[in-house]
Design a protein. Structure first.
Ligand code: ADP
Length: 500
């Protein structure tokens, strides 16, 4: 790591980055079986600054066995819900106490602005763990009064139990490394499951630091295991493992289908949170300044590397030029820079591959006839920068309109009427989210049911809350995270029918 970067880090972060990294399996820190390592790159400079173990199939086998043993017997299996709640609360406190270090790790590893990492990512992790902790004591079943039709002479009563699904394999992406880990571990540990976490190879550090905090909180050995490694090696071994009971995956639709099929071979339960091409729909009464600011957040937050990114902006033709101008002015004024620089508003993309992918999409837009109102080029320096970009003169059949770009690139398009915009907004294989910008309640309410998406925001975009179930329609996924709904994915429902 260069001296400039190192000087921006707090002492604890520097210490953690410098020390050798291990896998956490069965409560012990261990090397990868085959001894290999993976380089971790700083997206702001393109330089490798740390190494993590390259976990393989044998490591996944060991981790799943440890999680299985912790689930089937020992302290965890007999722990009362209230004690699981307290442990999760304790973990949340530890995350909060180490917020600056965790935020710096996210900024270093993913490239995101450190202030965003601190006050969005890490703050949301703390919130999420506390929210899920509360459910540990509140999960239960129902009682029924059966009228068994063919056995009239007996009396019956019935009830349902919610039981933890078992060993959870969690595979997470690089855009919100710590938060995606929390979204899986909160419900898993609250409901009494055990788990094996495989972080993304681009951003493995915060998961390893989180694992240290899990140890410090006092979780029994094997409840939470972390195996770093490549997707097609460690990830594939985990998703196809016959001894996991549930696979929780967040990532691309392409890999989601692959892991979903692998899991189904073992009838492993799956939840898949996948890609999106979310529309932001601006009605003709909307306030131009509010829309420009909101749309800038909708697309440029986390450099557009957000599954709910508002990457298609439909603006009523009356307001189109004004909204594009307002949004372009905001984009032009954004400070693009290293995540650790406290003034940075837009960090680099996570990797050279991602930068090339996004630039490839921008070029394809130009080739097909689109034009950049602002941006449209890579940023200067050795990092993986792409300038915030607003494309116009687009057609619905262009790749930039149809495919998920996962970068700071929005395509703005005018429309004439609500029927047209509803049809075009839904003309995508994805269905993760959408936003509607208007204060005309009647038209907003008429539009909401017509939008095929798991979340519809009104006058805001990418605002998440623990109480709100989150997940996709169509090819954006299967299942819901957050809210009470997430426990449908982490528990099995057992029906008990008793003859009296
Ligand atoms: P992204 O496009 O965001 O990189 P991916 O879907 O490629 O998303 O990656 C999300 C997660 O899936 C990462 O942890 C990655 O290592 C993992 N992964 C990638 N390929 C596979 C695979 N073949 N099997 C299982 N996991 C995989």
């Amino acid at each position: 790591m260069d001296a400039h970067t190192s000087a921006l880090l707090n002492e604890n972060t520097r210490r953690f980055v410098a020390k050798p990294k291990r896998l956490l399996i069965g409560g012990a820190w261990v090397e990868a079986s085959e001894g290999g390592t993976l380089d971790v790159f700083d997206p702001a400079t393109g330089q490798a600054f740390a190494k993590v173990p390259a976990g393989g199939k044998a490591d996944i086998d060991r981790a799943v066995a440890a999680a299985r043993q912790a689930f089937d017997g020992g302290d965890w299996a007999v722990m009362r819900p209230v004690d699981r709640e307290r442990l999760l609360m304790k973990l949340a406190d530890l995350v909060e106490a180490n917020a600056q270090e965790l935020a710096e790790l996210e900024a270093l590893d993913n490239g995101k602005p450190v202030t965003v990492a601190r006050f969005a990512d890490v703050a949301l992790v703390v919130d999420s763990l506390r929210y899920m902790a509360g459910w540990a004591t509140k999960l239960g079943g129902e009682t029924m009064q059966p009228s068994v039709p063919i056995i009239r002479e007996r009396e019956f009563w019935g009830f349902t139990r919610r039981e933890p699904v078992g060993v959870v394999g969690a595979i997470i992406p690089w855009n919100f490394p710590l938060l995606m880990a929390a979204w899986k571990m909160g419900p898993a540990l609250a409901s009494g499951c055990t788990m094996v976490l495989k972080p993304a190879e681009e951003t493995p550090l915060s998961a390893l630091r989180l694992a240290e905090l899990v140890q410090e909180a006092g979780y029994p050995a094997g409840v939470f295991n972390v195996v770093t490694g490549l997707g097609h090696v460690a990830g594939a071994a985990l998703s196809s493992h016959p001894h996991i009971d549930k696979l929780a995956f967040t990532g691309s639709t392409e890999i989601g289908k692959l892991v979903g099929k692998a899991a189904l071979d073992n009838m492993t339960r799956i939840s898949l949170e996948l890609g999106g091409k979310s529309p932001m729909i601006v009605l003709d009464d909307a306030d131009v300044d509010a829309v420009a600011a909101g749309a800038a957040h909708g697309i440029f937050f986390n450099s557009g590397q957000v599954c709910t990114a508002g990457s298609r902006l439909f603006v009523h033709k009356k307001k189109f030029d004004q909204v594009v101008e307002g949004l372009s002015n905001i984009a032009a004024g954004m400070k693009v820079g290293a995540g650790l620089d406290p003034d940075t508003q837009l960090g680099p993309l996570v990797s050279a591959v991602q930068q090339e992918r996004v630039m490839g999409y921008i070029r394809s837009g130009f080739d097909e006839g689109a034009r950049a109102a602002v941006g449209g080029e890579a940023g200067a320096g050795g990092g993986y920068f792409v300038k915030p970009t607003v494309l116009v003169d687009a057609r619905d059949d262009m790749r930039v309109v149809r495919e998920e770009i996962f970068g700071p690139v929005v395509v703005a398009m005018p429309y004439d009427d609500l029927d047209e915009v509803a049809r075009r907004a839904n003309d995508t294989p994805y269905g993760l989210a959408a936003s509607i910008w208007s204060n005309d309640l009647t038209r907003v309410h008429r539009l909401i049911p017509r939008i095929k998406a798991g979340t519809v925001w009104v006058n805001c975009h990418t605002v998440l809350d623990n109480s709100m179930p989150f997940g996709g329609f169509k090819q954006s996924g299967i299942g819901r995270e957050m809210g009470r709904a997430v426990f449908d994915q982490y528990t099995e429902l057992k029906s008990v029918l008793m003859a009296l």
